[in-house]
Structure formats: C-alpha cells, structure tokens
Design a protein. Structure first.
Length: 277
C-alpha cells in the first residue's frame, strides 16, 4: 500500500511538473511590412542628351517588402523567455532607369534595371515582458540567420533609330551564401484569455548579404534567345574575397569577380496572434 501511495504521488508530481512546463510554451504568427534601412546606393537614374548628363542616386535596401513569419518560445518565468522565429522576406523591386537622346543622330535609348531580394530568416533570441496584466509591453532581440537568399536582377533596353528598333532583355540570379545580422522589436501584447492574444510591434533587422555565385537566366536580343550560344564564363559568375586573373580565362569555368555585400536591412511594423499552451 505504501509503494502504491508513493507511485500515485510520483504520477501526480510528474503531471503537475509537465503542466507547468507545458504552460510556459508559446507560439505566434504574424506579418508586416519592412521599410528600407541602412540604405546604400544601388545605382543611379540617368538622363543623357547630346549636351547634358543628369544623374540621380538611387538609395535603398533589398530588405524592404512583405515579412510574414512565425515563432515558438518558452518562458522561464513571468518576464523572461527564449524563442526561435522563422520568417520569409518577400522583397519589393528597386528600379533604376536610363534614358539617352541624341537629336543629331535621332537615336534614343531607354533602359530599366530592377532588383528584388528574397530570403528565409531564422531568428533565435530572447523576449522580455514588463508587467503582469493582460496588456503587456515587451522587448525582443536576437540574431538573424538568412538562408536561401536570392537577388533577382533584370535588365530591359529599347534602342530606336530612324531605320529600326532593337530590344535587349537580360536576367541574373544571385545566390548561394548565408547571411547574418541582428533583429529587435518593441511591441505590446494583449491577451483576451489565458491562451489567446494579439500583438503589434515595431521591429528592425540589420543585415547584409554577399552572394557566392550568379547565373544568367535570360539573355534576349530582338526576341532571340542568346543563352544557348553562350559559354559558361559568359553566363556564370563566382565571387571571391580575392582572386588572380589570367590572360586566358577558361570559357568552361565561371568568371571570377570580387565579392560584394548588399544591404538587406529594414524596419517596420508587424502584427499577429499569440498563443499559450
């Protein structure tokens, strides 16, 4: 009988401990929009005539765009917790334009370049709540690990002269390297019950990314596909911190270029739902 009592007591303690741990687990999901931050010059809008050349710098970050995500965490006590977030950057285009007019030859050229960033982000970090009421402000901060990053580049040009019009279309995809940075957010959470609530926050991500490679995905001249006739060196690039060039580049190997870091920082608003278990 004594052993049975000890066994029952052990079960009750185990269940109580499991419930205590289980009650500290939380998950959430939301979406927001990131505005460009830590902007850098991407290129310049250019208008050229026979006598003038006007340049306007285009400053932005490829981190701008829609930012859906979710997170799971564990509260150690009423105020402190650790969490792991997963988000997707669905970037918006950054556009650069070029225009050239020559009245003497009656030749005009108009070109547009577009850039668009995409990335999956993993954000391990900590969360701190102030107060203990249903309406609670909080602060979160941690690291950002970007995986599957891509930068899509397109180029469209139309040249017109008195006898003909020519069109050029190119596209490249930059990829192949992780990205690291920092994430933070300041928000407020309201719990309608012990289990369900909503949140809204202002957050920021500080991040740069350097691709490892690039590949041409499109090359058209007047509607004719040029990719089949291009060698590997013409349509593939590998990026390095340093390299030594030779006078005889192997056409069957990617062209080497110096690695460049692109801005992927943003700040913006985010809102969603918060669940406790």
């Amino acid at each position: 009988m004594k052993n049975i009592k000890h066994f029952i007591l052990a079960i009750l303690l185990s269940v109580g401990f499991a419930k205590s741990i289980h009650a500290q687990i939380y998950v959430g999901a939301g979406a927001g929009y990131g505005l460009p931050a830590m902007n850098e010059m991407i290129g310049s809008n250019s208008v050229e005539t026979e006598t003038t050349d006007t340049e306007e710098g285009v400053y932005s970050s490829f981190g701008k765009g829609i930012l859906p995500g979710l997170y799971v965490g564990y509260m150690f006590n009423e105020n402190w917790g650790a969490e792991l977030g997963f988000g997707m950057l669905m970037g918006q285009e950054v556009t650069i334009t070029f225009s050239e007019t020559n009245p003497t030859t009656n030749v005009t050229s108009n070109a547009t370049e577009t850039y668009k960033g995409k990335m999956m982000r993993i954000t391990p970090g900590i969360r701190y709540y102030a107060g203990s009421d249903n309406l609670r402000p909080y602060l979160r901060m941690g690291f950002v690990i970007g995986v599957g990053g891509k930068l899509e580049y397109t180029y469209h040009k139309v040249t017109t002269n008195p006898s003909q019009t020519n069109t050029y279309d190119d596209a490249w995809e930059f990829s192949g390297a992780p990205a690291f940075g920092f994430s933070s957010g300041l928000g407020i959470q309201y719990m309608f019950s012990d289990k369900f609530g909503v949140f809204g926050e202002v957050g920021a991500i500080f991040q740069k990314w350097a691709p490892a490679k690039a590949m041409a995905t499109k090359s058209m001249v007047d509607g004719q596909d040029q990719l089949p006739g291009m060698n590997v060196a013409d349509k593939q690039i590998e990026f390095f911190d340093e390299y030594t060039s030779t006078s005889q580049q192997d056409p069957n190997q990617p062209s080497p270029e110096i690695r460049r870091y692109y801005p992927f920082s943003s700040w913006g608003i985010n809102a969603g739902v918060h669940l406790k278990f």
